[in-house]
Design a protein around this ligand. Structure first.
Ligand code: PMP
Length: 424
């Protein structure tokens, strides 16, 4: 760790930090559901690089396709027919996809979505929601409001965004409106007051960066209606939900079609590739109105063939169904352990992406503030007990399950979780 700190700014990536974990967790090999660290310790992995490896680590079909393409050399944007195959697969699977653009990261596709929304509507601002993460660019790097309401105090629905990172520009405050999620009244009020200034509503269809929180009944539908009525572009950020909650993403699962949506992570089984897809009349702005989305490595052939191979592996639905069933068995098992051990462990979400937190059974989680009200110290101790025993969820208590996880992994995980809960 000291050696890393002497040459790597900030030392190691925070995604592997975990309270009480052996530091740093330095992995040298992954296969299927497992990772091995530099000392040869085996971990059952439920972080999956924050979601990408939907087929497990080192998926053979994807790696073979990439190896094959490497032999053909480094080819770049617009130079390889596989880009067409990928675009067709995206259009086939994703309800909102009429036209597509491919890039490298989720962060970058969110920026493209905002840019094209402004060009299309001629309006400057956008709405986002507390506790949602849309990448590390200045203008979206705000995930929560600075203040929690006192008991009995009604906070105004519009929250003053908190600049989260030193060096960010103040531009963020001017462009962005941050609202609590799942709050229809707050959304209606802001759109009534400022709809004429708002280019886009940017949301995950289900919150997956703070817990795993579903949309309240009717919430996405109302969002859709308001956006249509006010000429606001509805953007679903499906960077996590995409190809996890369904081959057609959260939009397919919840039956609400956005105007634009962003995909990355699971789309290429672990390789860096991302997509912006959406309505033809909006996406055409890239061709007709000079909206820029260039980039030396966008559509590079290795990323593209990795995505084509991953989507082909997911195409018939069995891999995703297997991951979901395995994850549901794990969720049920964890709930059973909570009852058995009398710990207030809550397990919520979906088989392929779920959240563990500690709160009384009647504590309802609908947004960032209610999620934050859970017992964070207990969660960190639980995660630490797990990781010391070789089971590794994300450092926020979210668990991602791949099609490579199986019944044996579930049984082993539940045994470890029983010990961890008992140790608490
Ligand atoms: N949107 C969401 C919903 C995400 O979860 C993430 C990454 N955690 C991003 C955007 C940014 O994607 P990337 O890390 O590929 O830039």
């Amino acid at each position: 760790n000291a050696e890393a700190a002497s040459v790597i700014a900030g030392s190691v990536n925070s995604n592997v930090r975990l309270a009480g974990a052996p530091m740093p967790l330095c992995f040298t090999r992954g296969k299927g559901a497992h990772l091995w660290d530099i000392d040869g310790n085996r971990f059952l992995d439920y972080a999956l690089g924050m979601g990408p490896t939907i087929l497990g680590h080192a998926p053979e079909a994807v790696n073979a396709a990439v190896a094959d393409s490497l032999a053909q050399g480094q080819l770049f944007a617009g130079q390889h027919p596989a880009e067409l195959d990928l675009a067709k697969a995206l259009v086939r699977h994703i309800p909102s996809a009429q036209l597509t653009r491919v890039g490298m990261t989720g962060s970058e596709m969110v920026q493209a979505a905002l840019r094209v929304s402004r060009a299309f509507t001629g309006k400057p601002k956008f709405i986002k929601f507390e506790g949602q993460y849309h990448g590390w660019y200045d203008n979206v790097l705000v995930s929560h409001a600075p203040r929690v309401a006192e008991p009995g105090e009604a906070l105004p629905p519009r929250r003053e965004p908190k600049i989260e990172s030193k060096g960010q520009t103040e531009v963020a405050r001017a462009e962005m409106i941050v609202l609590p999620w799942n709050d229809i009244a707050a959304l209606e009020q802001v759109i009534a007051e400022e709809g004429g200034q708002i280019a886009a509503i940017l949301t995950e269809p289900a919150m997956c960066n703070t817990g795993a929180i579903p949309p309240a009944p009717g919430y996405l539908e109302r969002m859709r209606e308001l956006a249509t009525a006010e000429n606001i572009v509805l953007i679903f950020d499906e960077v996590i939900t995409g190809f996890r909650l369904g081959l057609g993403g959260g939009q397919e699962r919840f039956g609400v079609t956005p105007d634009l949506s962003t995909f990355a992570k699971a789309m290429a089984g672990g390789y860096p590739v991302a997509a912006l897809v959406g309505r033809a009349d909006i996406m055409e702005m890239f061709a007709t109105s000079g909206v820029n989305h260039s980039g030396t490595y966008n559509s590079n052939v290795q990323s593209i063939v990795a995505a084509v191979a991953t989507l082909a592996a997911l195409e018939d639905g069995t891999a995703l169904a297997r991951a979901e069933a395995t994850g549901e068995a794990l969720m049920e098992g964890l709930r059973g352990l909570a009852r058995e051990t009398g710990t207030p462990l809550r397990v919520e979400g979906w088989g392929t992406a779920f959240s563990t937190f500690f709160a009384p059974a009647d504590h309802v989680v609908t947004d960032y503030q209610s999620f934050k009200a859970a017992d964070g110290d207990m969660l960190q101790r639980f995660l630490s007990e797990l990781v010391h025993r070789g089971v590794r969820p994300t450092n926020r208590g979210t668990w991602f399950v791949s099609s490579a996880h199986d019944e044996e992994d579930v049984a082993e995980t539940l045994e470890v979780a029983r010990e961890a809960l008992t140790a608490l």
